[in-house]
Design a protein around this ligand. Structure first.
Ligand SMILES: [Fe+2]
Ligand SMILES: [Fe+2]
Length: 207
């Protein structure tokens, strides 16, 4: 992909090993089957994190998930918030599971500067480029889909469900706002939301 940066094969392998080990360390019933599904039936370890925003390169989704794990772990280590270690692992690493089997490579005509045509006139220069597109075969929502995929294999605690469902922050134009209402019960939804945007907008490469 012509995105100007990439994640090396070694780094992608290391990310896969780390994520797999962390998930299995939770000993949550069903986790082995969930890890097997992710590894053999999805593109979790090769998918990008977005089409053209943060980490839109091969392996971006796994890298982003680890960034959110690091950010959330730091908030707990700093004493900002108390979250069970297994909950930190499960919510941070799986919050964007909805993005598996979701991104596809497409060829698109994109404008790249200008060129001089046969009549000596400056015109747009169109070139064919490979870009990431989206093919959503189960469009039930973002956090909602992650929760659904995860719960096919393991049981989520209420707090974990809330964190994953609401990790994108407040929904627009709704009252009462489920994010704020839930944050009063589980402040960890705020911690995963900020970990997610800090990763996507501060830590991670963007186009
Ligand atoms: Fe997300
Ligand atoms: Fe995310």
């Amino acid at each position: 992909m012509a995105d100007g940066y990439s994640i090396s094969k070694e780094q992608r392998e290391a990310n896969k090993k780390r994520i797999t080990e962390l998930l299995l360390s939770t000993k949550r019933p069903g986790m082995e089957r969930l890890v097997e599904w992710i590894t053999t039936k999805t593109d979790f370890f090769s998918a990008p994190a977005s089409t053209k925003y943060h980490l839109c390169c091969e392996g971006g989704l796994a890298q982003h998930s680890l960034h959110v794990y690091q950010r959330l772990s730091e908030k707990v280590a700093q004493g900002l918030i108390k979250i069970e270690p297994d909950t930190v692992i499960i919510t941070s690493l799986l919050h964007d599971l909805c993005k598996v089997n979701f991104y596809v490579k497409e060829i698109k005509n994109v404008k790249e500067g200008t060129k001089i045509n046969q009549y000596g006139k400056e015109v747009a220069n169109w070139v064919e480029k490979e870009v990431w597109g989206i093919k959503d075969s189960f469009p039930v929502g973002h956090g909602e889909k992650s929760c659904c995929y995860i719960q096919n294999f393991i049981r989520l605690k209420s707090e974990e469900y809330a964190m994953i469902r609401l990790h994108m922050g407040p929904d627009k134009n709704t009252y009462p706002d489920p994010f704020s209402e839930t944050a009063k019960i589980f402040p960890s939804v705020v911690a995963i939301f900020t970990s997610d945007i800090e990763s996507a907008y501060i830590l991670e490469e963007r186009q």
